[in-house]
Design a protein around this ligand. Structure first.
Ligand SMILES: *[C@@H]1O[C@H](CO)[C@@H](O)[C@H](O)[C@H]1NC(C)=O
Ligand SMILES: *[C@@H]1O[C@H](CO)[C@@H](O)[C@H](O)[C@H]1NC(C)=O
Ligand SMILES: *[C@@H]1O[C@H](CO)[C@@H](O)[C@H](O)[C@H]1NC(C)=O
Ligand SMILES: *[C@@H]1O[C@H](CO)[C@@H](O)[C@H](O)[C@H]1NC(C)=O
Ligand SMILES: *[C@@H]1O[C@H](CO)[C@@H](O)[C@H](O)[C@H]1NC(C)=O
Length: 485
């Protein structure tokens, strides 16, 4: 908990420093996941030595061990979070006012999957057989939570998937924010940069089509706080309420909690790619983006036998270069809806980070539902499953509020709300009829669009920035950064 408190304090300082850094704070928050997990008794990967960066496909030593089981925290016990305890609702979730950064964490227990190799999910006709239970061999995987090396055999092979596609040669942004890259920000409309101005394209999934329909999703897991061993936690709650969701999973977590991923998949939830290390994709080179997506795809396939055909960019940070790479790799981008009052970010991650309270977060969510009620279409909302705080907010408050709303919202996973057949959510059974990218033929002027030679010339270099444009861009950046993250 000390680390969590320290992190909260740090994030508060960072957030106060500038709106630009609020994005950085989320990024930093993402990077601290392993440390957070360790403080709550969750095992994590430790490396005993490192290979020279970039010389092998994995910078983890072969002697590294990963335990995928989750141990019981000595600091807390099941009794301390029993429903009889003061301040806990009948569901075992703390009172909203008590959900705050640094609150006591509950016990996490191992997920013991009951699904044997060869099984396939009942809801998904034509599903490939479940592989033998995944046991990580660290030599086979990149280091967790860092951008993987780009010179591995795997990444070189995946780069050929870009052959024949026209990948825009925008230079990587400085850090995925408007404020961090004023030159790129001036070109945001041309780039179709979502995090800098909210630009999306027809190829993006941004909202469920049917009014009052919420495409439910959780980002950044799989994580321990959805354990089936804790009756009130996410998967059991979803099962009790007959709610299905889309899980946007991080490859580094997939190899850490593989059985949680199997449980999600087998119990009817959709899986989608959320990169290997949760970096802002517009700030990475083509090769790094391919590595981020490719390793996550591979991890999900190794654990479940299926390869998602969709993805979500961390922070929603996507532009036409990132989009083109995603589409070339068979991954259709999914963002969250921008409603009349702004992007539908529940701010649950900010509660975990200590920058807003549970009560403030709930008010944000009520505004989202208010905005959703006046929209002609359905919607998609950003929320997270990696932290106990965000799980408690979802299962104790936000999901119930949507279910009991009058008129009620329909809660569905995003593929389902988009009326995409389950088979087409995974490459192994995809009939290649669903997604726009699949209708776009390869660019026959292959050699001239060599994807591995993206220019490093800043696209805004030709513009001369006046002080007033810079100020205006920064002001927009402030507004966007605070609205989006
Ligand atoms: C929409 O969201 C904005 C910003 O959160 C909020 O001020 C507004 O009241 C919401 N509208 C409705 C109809 O709830
Ligand atoms: C869909 O496309 C993928 C990748 O090109 C291919 O492997 C698969 O066989 C195709 N599926 C069908 C049903 O054509
Ligand atoms: C594109 O280039 C790759 C690699 O050079 C080649 O295998 C492929 O056939 C080419 N595709 C077209 C449409 O020319
Ligand atoms: C193919 O790529 C070339 C070079 O990048 C580009 O000029 C052309 O417009 C592209 N054609 C299509 C159909 O995308
Ligand atoms: C792309 O360009 C790189 C560097 O110039 C070259 O090594 C590679 O062979 C090219 N790939 C294709 C498919 O043309």
């Amino acid at each position: 908990m000390l680390k969590l408190h320290a992190l909260s304090a740090l994030l508060t300082v960072i957030s106060a420093a500038s709106a630009h850094d609020i994005r950085g704070a989320h990024e930093h928050f993402a990077h601290r996941r392993q440390a957070l997990a360790s403080t709550s008794g969750v095992s994590s990967i430790t490396s005993t030595s490192t290979a020279a960066a970039g010389t092998t496909s994995s910078s983890l030593a072969a002697s590294t061990t990963i335990s995928t089981s989750v141990t019981t925290s000595a600091a807390t016990s099941a009794a301390s979070v029993a429903p009889a305890d003061a301040g806990l609702s009948a569901s075992g979730v703390p009172a909203l006012a008590q959900i705050t950064s640094g609150m006591p964490t509950g016990t996490t227990l191992p997920v013991s999957s009951t699904y044997a190799a060869g099984a396939s999910p009942s809801y998904y006709a034509g599903a490939p057989a479940l592989p033998t239970p995944f046991v990580v061999n660290v030599a086979d995987w990149p280091k967790q939570d860092v951008v993987p090396p780009t010179d591995s055999d795997e990444v070189l092979q995946w780069m050929t998937e870009l052959d024949g596609y026209d990948i825009p040669d925008f230079a990587p942004t400085v850090d995925g924010t408007c404020a961090g890259d004023p030159a790129a920000a001036l070109d945001a409309a041309n780039r179709g940069w979502w995090t800098c101005g909210g630009y999306s394209r027809d190829t993006d999934i941004v909202a469920c089509p049917d009014k009052m329909t919420w495409g439910v999703s959780f980002d950044d897991g799989p994580g321990p706080y959805i354990s089936i061993s804790r009756l009130w936690k996410l998967l059991n709650f979803l099962s009790e309420k007959d709610i299905y969701a889309t899980f946007f999973v991080v490859g580094s977590r997939v190899i850490q909690y593989p059985m949680v991923l199997v449980e999600e998949y087998m119990s009817g939830h959709e899986l989608s790619v959320h990169t290997w290390s949760h970096h802002a994709l517009t700030s990475l080179t083509n090769e790094q983006i391919v590595a981020e997506l490719g390793w996550t795809r591979k991890a999900i396939k190794a654990v479940t036998g299926v390869t998602p055909t969709t993805m979500r960019a961390p922070f929603g940070d996507i532009d036409d270069r990132v989009r083109a790479i995603c589409n070339a790799m068979g991954l259709t981008p999914i963002i969250w809806t921008t409603g009349p009052g702004g992007p539908f970010d529940t701010n649950d991650w900010r509660v975990a980070a200590g920058t807003v309270t549970g009560v403030q977060q709930y008010a944000t969510f009520e505004n989202i539902l208010g905005n959703a009620s006046v929209m002609d279409t359905g919607f998609i909302v950003l929320q997270h499953d990696l932290y106990e705080i965000t799980v408690d907010l979802a299962i104790g408050y936000t999901l119930n509020t949507a279910l009991s709303h009058n008129p009620p919202f329909t809660l569905e996973p995003i593929g389902q709300c988009m009326k995409i057949p389950t088979a087409n959510m995974y490459l192994e059974s995809d009939t290649n009829q669903t997604f726009v990218a699949e209708h776009t033929s390869h660019n026959s002027t292959n050699s001239s669009s060599n994807a591995s030679t993206a220019s490093n010339t800043p696209s805004g270099a030709g513009h001369s920035l006046t002080l007033s444009t810079l100020t205006a861009v920064f002001a927009i950046g402030l507004a966007v950064a605070s609205a989006f993250f």
